[in-house]
Design a protein around this ligand. Structure first.
Ligand SMILES: [Zn+2]
Length: 250
């Protein structure tokens, strides 16, 4: 009887050990968080995971309110810094193969968002809108990348038909729309003379490349003037005249 008990308790110990092992190994396999959404994995601190879930809900909800419902598949990685490598997709990496530091990045093929931690020291000479790198700004960059991810998923194989500058214009518009009002006001106040684009033909790589921060403000104002999600829906239905300036004769 004693031996039997001992064997039972050894069996129980072994069983508990296996359970503990399963619990440990199951965590990385499942992903650390999924915000209750299939297909979403977030790799970051508990605070970052909570913030990312809230940001995802907000951006997905914004698109859904505009009639664009998406079951987003994405992995979000919070990183000390984001360096875009040579194999970064050209559609979101404007430097033509050079390495550069970015606040955030959407890797199309991997369906991954890489975002610089809000607690990281910002060492690069260029910061978005030249603002201090802090939590509200970092979160708004995350929303920009989530907007990219949603638009790429909505477009599917057609994503290359929407020129890169349009992808950026729409992501910036949604980013600025979903900013805390005081952050948005600070940015808009820096560009008092920047209006909406007078023609959607100005949404091109040259205008974007000259000054992305100013381009972003114009994109936001164009989006507001065009009826916000009405404008975005028309754009991703490719219903504007779109000329890729890269392919224009010199
Ligand atoms: Zn972008």
């Amino acid at each position: 009887m004693v031996r039997h008990h001992r064997r039972q308790s050894r069996l129980r110990d072994a069983f508990l050990a296996i359970l503990a092992l399963l619990a440990v190994t199951a965590v990385p396999a499942r992903g650390l968080a999924d915000c209750g959404r299939d297909g979403v994995t977030i790799l970051g601190s508990p605070d970052e995971r909570d913030e990312a879930c809230a940001a995802l809900g907000e951006v997905i909800g914004h698109f859904a309110d505009g009639g664009l419902v998406v079951d987003l598949r994405v992995t979000i990685r919070f990183q000390p810094s984001v360096v875009i490598e040579r194999d970064g997709d050209a559609a979101v990496s404007p430097t033509g193969g050079e390495q550069h530091q970015a606040s955030g990045f959407y890797h199309i093929a991997r369906r991954e968002i890489w975002v610089t931690r809000s607690t990281s020291a910002w060492t690069h000479r260029r910061r978005p809108w030249n603002l201090p790198w802090d939590r509200p700004l970092a979160l708004s960059i995350l929303k920009h990348e989530i907007a990219h991810a949603i638009i790429y998923q909505l477009l599917g194989a057609d994503h290359r038909k929407l020129p890169r500058a349009w992808h950026e214009a729409l992501a910036y518009a949604v980013q600025i729309e979903l900013m805390p009002p005081d952050l948005r006001a600070r940015i808009l106040a820096r560009y008092p003379d920047r209006g909406a684009f007078s023609s959607t033909l100005h949404i091109n790589d040259i205008v974007y490349g000259i000054d992305p921060d100013s381009f972003a403000v114009a994109a936001y104002k164009t989006y507001v003037q065009g009826g916000r999600m009405t404008f975005l829906r028309r754009a991703i239905s490719l219903q504007f005249e779109m000329i890729d300036m890269d392919h224009m004769p010199p």
